[in-house]
Ligand binder design. Structure first.
Ligand SMILES: *[C@@H]1O[C@H](CO)[C@@H](O)[C@H](O)[C@H]1NC(C)=O
Ligand SMILES: *[C@@H]1O[C@H](CO)[C@@H](O)[C@H](O)[C@H]1NC(C)=O
Ligand SMILES: *[C@@H]1O[C@H](CO)[C@@H](O)[C@H](O)[C@H]1NC(C)=O
Ligand SMILES: *[C@@H]1O[C@H](CO)[C@@H](O)[C@H](O)[C@H]1NC(C)=O
Ligand SMILES: [Zn+2]
Length: 574
């Protein structure tokens, strides 16, 4: 299990003793407890409040905002009407170029016509961000991948890397008339502040935010000490194999293992938990992935003389067995959602008190940790974040009413829990397949190797199509995290919420069940954070990849402000 290394641990160590020994202390009497331990905790509090609230040290502390030393355009980005207008125009122009990507496509070097919109997109970026193209080195990796290098004055400092992707999910042409404003219109509605179109949330917003910020820093005359890199893949919505994978290799060769200070990519945003209570949710871990292809390779024949179970029948037995034995939950405190839960429990008034006690008590009590795990496992919103999932997504078998199906095949898609592995997951599938093979008299093979010899009935074959381990959990303590979190805090506390004295904002973390292009960048840095500094807009949460994708321009401005400020804060940090 991964060791919990964040400030929960550091903070709790001090109060752990008190907590673990509260029964003992109680028997000694509250007064003594306060005399002995009170001063290190909450001076003057009664014993009851100490026990009820630990040492009163908040577990989800507010982070000190870090104001960038160079902040020439910070105000302008938030408040200048002309700047906002020009920014909207540039994002809107980016949306107008339909860089859709399907699941199957040619090599970019072999079919330039297929990728014509991507080339148009490159020209558009060059026109829209002239200083970036003038002063940064722009390289193309595998024809369409873009890598920008803004060389810092001190090359012994590790570079920062901002990521995004150029491609968008295709628009289903059958849904065109459901769009209030066409998906490639980039229409801006002044009244609602929405910019409409495919890519408005995923991911032309982030892509342009990064270039906007750097363009502005260049205009402002800022020179970074740390080199700043920007990389844009072009097939994230497919598999990333031609874009980010090639970019990752390229960066690996140029900079080497653990050579990058931080990597920032698309991911979580800022959510309003209740009125004026906000959580920033950078994603610092991702579940793993494997597609398992299971083929029941049997015998044909006339359907008037069927065996007890056709290959379709055997496949159904196996599917039932798999569905009836879901993976166990394996919640642990290093799961990124625990930080979000802790912040909610500590600062929200809407959490039932028993749940609150279990969340806040989990670091000190196995029983409370267990109760919390049970709660999470029984809620649809959480259970998939703490266990491996399996879903049978594709099945084929049989072609004719009077012919037995020789072959039935299905695809089982797994998303792997962060403490588990591809190996654990496949072992579980194999275990079920072995049972079925034995029970129904079939052989079994795994990746072409026999496990049980083929029989007269046939063989169950198991292969995998795509394997990805869970992503390493990025740290949530230490100087790199502190600078990242402190910058987010500043962007919101002193920027977005500057006019709202009641706004309260905390930095938590979250876990993603999907994978971004960062999956090809793990070797480059331990500090990978998937975060766009925009507020989640409740009305548009469901429109990513779907009809009605749109973003509020103000939410886009904060994303620009973050890249601007983080470039400065991290760009000069040792
Ligand atoms: C800019 O930096 C100065 C000096 O640290 C600070 O006083 C000022 O509040 C900052 N302005 C903004 C908008 O961050
Ligand atoms: C899992 O790992 C073990 C130990 O390395 C190995 O023997 C086994 O074959 C692996 N299982 C699968 C399904 O790959
Ligand atoms: C990371 O490095 C390991 C060991 O050098 C290598 O096997 C692996 O393919 C690399 N991963 C990626 C995503 O490049
Ligand atoms: C460059 O950064 C390194 C590492 O932090 C530091 O030791 C060195 O003094 C810096 N050099 C300059 C010229 O600032
Ligand atoms: Zn995306």
């Amino acid at each position: 299990m991964i060791k919990l290394e964040d400030d929960y641990d550091r903070q709790e160590r001090g109060q752990c003793f008190l907590w673990r020994h509260k029964k003992l202390l109680f028997s000694l009497g509250g007064l003594l407890a306060l005399v002995v331990y009170g001063t290190s905790c909450v001076t003057g509090a009664t014993y009851d409040t100490v026990v009820a609230h630990g040492c009163h040290k908040p577990r989800c502390r507010k982070i000190e905002p870090i104001i960038p030393a160079f902040n020439k355009s910070v105000d302008m980005i938030f408040n200048d009407v002309e700047y906002k207008k020009a920014t909207i125009e540039r994002l809107s122009g980016a949306i107008k170029i339909p860089t859709e990507i399907g699941d199957v496509f040619p090599e970019p070097s072999e079919d330039r016509e297929y990728f014509k919109y991507f080339f148009e997109f490159h020209d558009y970026l060059e026109k829209s961000y002239p200083l970036v193209y003038d002063q940064l080195t722009v390289e193309k990796v595998n024809e369409l991948g873009l890598l920008y290098t803004w060389k810092g004055s001190n090359t012994s400092l590790q570079p920062i890397l901002f990521m995004a992707h150029q491609d968008v999910v295709p628009v289903n042409r059958k849904t065109l008339d459901e769009w209030e404003h066409p998906p490639f219109s980039g229409y801006y509605d002044e009244e609602t502040d929405y910019i409409w179109g495919r890519g408005a949330l995923d991911c032309k917003n982030l892509l342009t935010a990064e270039l906007e910020a750097i363009e502005q820093l260049l205009k402002d005359g800022y020179t970074p000490e740390r080199t700043t890199l920007v990389s844009f893949g072009f097939d994230e919505e497919s598999s990333g194999t031609k874009g980010a994978r090639e970019l990752g290799k390229f960066l690996d060769e140029r900079y080497g293992k653990d050579s990058i200070y931080t990597i920032i990519d698309e991911g979580g945003g800022v959510t309003e938990l209740e009125e004026n209570l906000f959580l920033a949710l950078p994603v610092n871990a991702e579940k793993g992935y494997v597609d398992v292809l299971i083929t029941i390779d049997g015998r044909g024949g006339h359907s008037s003389k069927p065996p007890d179970h056709t290959t379709i029948g055997v496949a159904s037995k196996l599917i039932s067995l798999i569905e009836d034995h879901p993976f166990e939950q394996s919640f642990a405190l290093d799961n990124p959602i625990f930080r979000a839960l802790t912040c909610s429990a500590e600062h929200s008034s809407n959490i039932p008190s028993s749940l609150k006690r279990n969340i806040l008590g989990a670091p000190h009590s196995r029983k409370k940790e267990h109760a919390l795990a049970e709660f999470l496992a029984s809620h649809v919103a959480y259970r998939d974040l703490i266990r491996t999932t399996g879903a049978v997504d594709i099945i084929t078998g049989g072609i004719k009413a009077n012919a037995l199906p020789e072959v039935t095949a299905f695809l089982l898609n797994h998303r792997i829990e962060i403490h588990s592995s591809v190996n654990d997951t496949l072992e579980a599938d194999l275990y079920h397949a072995k049972k079925i093979a034995k029970k129904y008299g079939y052989g079994l093979s795994f990746k072409g190797e026999p496990v049980i010899p083929e029989t007269s009935l046939g063989v169950i074959e198991i292969n995998t199509r795509y394997e990805l381990e869970p992503a390493p959990v990025s740290p949530t303590s230490g100087p790199v995290w502190d600078l990242f979190a402190g910058t987010i805090q500043n962007v919101f506390e002193n920027g977005v919420f500057a006019g709202n004295k009641d706004a309260d904002m905390y930095i938590a973390t979250y876990l993603s069940t999907g994978n971004t292009d960062t999956k090809y960048y793990w070797n480059l840095s331990k500090n990978i954070y998937r975060f766009i500094a925009s507020q989640f807009d409740k009305e548009t949460l469901h429109v990513v990849h779907s009809v009605g994708e749109r973003i509020k321009a103000d939410n886009h401005l904060s994303a620009i402000a973050f890249v601007y400020q983080y470039s400065v804060n991290a760009g000069n940090a040792e």
